[in-house]
Design a protein around this ligand. Sequence first.
Ligand code: SF4
Length: 169
Amino acid sequence: MSIHRKSCNCNCSKKESYNSRFSSKMRSVKKMPSKLTMIQSFARSLASRGLTNKKTDIPTKQLRVLSCFGDSSIGGSLGPCEHLTTSEVDGEKFYCGKCGCGDKKSTWLQAESDEYSKLDYPSLACPLRMPGFSNYDGSDCKENIRKNIIENYAPIKITELTVKIAEKD
Ligand code: SF4
């Protein structure tokens, strides 16, 4: 998987679930968010975690993983997001180089085993408004090729992405 270092099927019910997830999130907010707004969004994400360490659901996390990391882990050809950045603290970890939250454990997109990671937050914004994120917007999918590919991705393939969500913290 080629990563930028710096710069920041199945059964029908599953298909319906993904399709409705895409369509229900087709809300149009066209302006790119400012860095301050993204940090405010991350603060909201922290709040959404709550006192009981609430986490998002597995299908949503799989979509987020596809948006950030692509599908090379399941033999696909969709590369990672251009803003996916390798951590300088731990070369095995990655953070979003676009949102302005920095390179630290709390902002790494995925964590060890069942530890809480950024992609686990129930509410989470993406600077590119990619599928799986709370601010998802598909109105620019003609210009954003990765977004277009993910929007037309076979739901059954997305279920092949391995993600972990701890049942207890
Ligand atoms: S959160 Fe959005 S912009 Fe950041 S790496 Fe993931 S897909 Fe890219």
